[in-house]
Design a protein around this ligand. Sequence first.
Ligand SMILES: Cc1cc2nc3c(=O)[nH]c(=O)nc-3n(C[C@H](O)[C@H](O)[C@H](O)COP(=O)(O)OP(=O)(O)OC[C@H]3O[C@@H](n4cnc5c(N)ncnc54)[C@H](O)[C@@H]3O)c2cc1C
Length: 486
Amino acid sequence: MPTSATTDIALVGAGIMSATLGAILRRLEPDATITVIERLDAVGAESSGPWNNAGTGHAGLCELFYTPQLPDGSIDIAKAVRVNEQFQMTRQFWAYAVQSGLLGQPRDFVQPIPHVSFVHGADGVDYLRRRHHVLADHPLFGGAEFITDFAEFATRLPLMATGRDPEVPVALNWASNGTDVDFGALTKQLIGYGVRHGTTVLFDHEVRTLSREPGGGWALDLRNRRTGQRRRLKAKFVFLGAGGGALGLLQKSGIPEARGFGGFPIGGEFLRCGDPELTGRHRAKVYGAPAAGAPSTTAPHLDTRVVDGASWLLFGPFAGWSPKFLKHGRATDLPRSVRLDNVLSLLGAGVGERQLVGYLIGQLRRSHAARIDELREFIPDARDRDWSAVRAGQRVQVIRRGRLEFDTTIVSAADGSIAGLLGASPGASTAVPAMLEVLTRCFPRRLAQWMPTLREMVPSLGTRLSDEPALFQQVREWSNRQLQLG
Ligand SMILES: Cc1cc2nc3c(=O)[nH]c(=O)nc-3n(C[C@H](O)[C@H](O)[C@H](O)COP(=O)(O)OP(=O)(O)OC[C@H]3O[C@@H](n4cnc5c(N)ncnc54)[C@H](O)[C@@H]3O)c2cc1C
C-alpha cells in the first residue's frame, strides 16, 4: 500500500452524512476521485447504525418537543415546520435515488409507520388538542387525527390500552404518514453505490491529524488501526462526517471558524423487545413529553422498528453519560476537546445546565426495574422478562457561547476547502439539506452548473413547501410512490 496518495474529495467517516454527500458528489462529478476514511471495520457502525438511533424519520409530526407551549399559552410550531421542510428534502432525494437505481428496494431501509403523540391527564389532553388545532391548518401537517375516545385508542394501540385505567383521560395525535428508517442500511446502500462507481473506502483507518497544504487543499495523516501503518492522503476538499469525532478534527485543522466550539456527550440506552406476540400488537411510533429538566432528545417513545426485515419494539431513550464522543471512542475524548478558546464556554454551559446535569445523574442511577416502570406509562402490563437493554450511540451536543445547543451545525472554512458537521439533532433525517448546505458553502462557483442535477434530486430545491401546497402535494405523491409509502 503506498504511504502517500491523493484524492479530490476526502470524506472522513462512513456514517449517513458522508454517505449522502458522497452519493450526491458521485452523481455531480462522476470523474472525481473520492476517498472515504473510516476508523472502524464497517459502514454505519456508529450513530447511523440501526440500534444506535431510534430510526425516526423526524418530520415534526409527533415530537412534542418541537411544538413547545410558550408562556402566553400559545403553541410555537416553527421548529416542527422547519424539521418537516428539511425531511421533505431528504425524502425527495431518497425517491430520486430509488427512481434512478442509486438505491435498491425502499423496504430495505424505509417503512410507513404512523407517528403518534401521546398524552394523559387533563392538562396534557388540553395541550395536545390545541397543538392539533394549530397544526391542522398547516399544509405540511394536514390530515392528522385527534383521538380522545378510549375505545378508539384501544383499537389503534392495543398494547398500550391493555391494563390502562379508562377513567384517566388520554389523547393521541395520529399522523398516518410517518416513517421508520434503518439509517444503517441506507448508509450501506449509499456507500455501496459510490464504491460501484469508483469511490475508495479505507476501513480501519483513522484520521489522526490534518494540515493545510502550501499549494491549497489538505494533508490527512492516517493510521491503520490494525497494522499501525501510517499514510498520508492529500485532498483538495475534506468533509469531516466523523460524528462525535468531528469536533476534535475541526479543532486540529486550526480553522478559525472552529474556535469556541465545545461538545457535551450524552449517551443512551433503549429497551428492546422482539416477541412477535407483542410486536404484532403495536404498529406506530408513539412519542410522549420529555420529563421536567430532561433534554428534548430524551422524550420517551415506544417505536415499531424494522431491521433486516424483522419487527421489533424499542422504548427509550434513557440518557447515560460517558466522556467518550463515539460509542467506540476513548475516555479522553472530552478532556482532550477542552481548549483555551472554548474553556469559558464549557464552564458557562456547566453552570447554566445544572438541571440537565442533575437529570443525567438521576438517569444513571436508574435500575432496569425503574426503567420498566417508565415503560409502564406506555404499556401498563409490561413485563421485565420481555425487554432487554441495548446501548445506543453517543450524541455530542454542541456547546457554543456558554450554551448547550440541540441542533446540527455545519462549520466550514472561508475558502470552502473543508467542512465538518457537529451535533446530532434532528440528525440523520436532515442529512440531505445538511449536505446541500455543505455544497452551497464549499462549492459556490460550481452550483450553477450542478443546479439541473440537484433539482432532479430534490425537485422542490429553493422553495419553501409550506408556501407551495400544490408543489408539496406533487412531490409528496411522487416520493410516496417511489418509496412505496402511499
Ligand atoms: C440515541 C440516538 C437516537 C437517535 N435517533 C435518531 C432518529 O430517530 N432519527 C434521526 O434522524 N436521527 C437520530 N439520531 C441522530 C443520528 O443517529 C445522527 O445524527 C447520525 O447518525 C449522524 O451521522 P454521521 O454520519 O454524522 O455520524 P456517524 O454515523 O456517527 O458516523 C461517523 C463515522 O465517523 C467515523 N470516525 C470518527 N472519527 C474518525 C476519524 N478520526 N477517522 C476516521 N473515521 C472516523 C466513526 O467511526 C463513524 O463511523 C439519534 C442519535 C442517537 C445517539
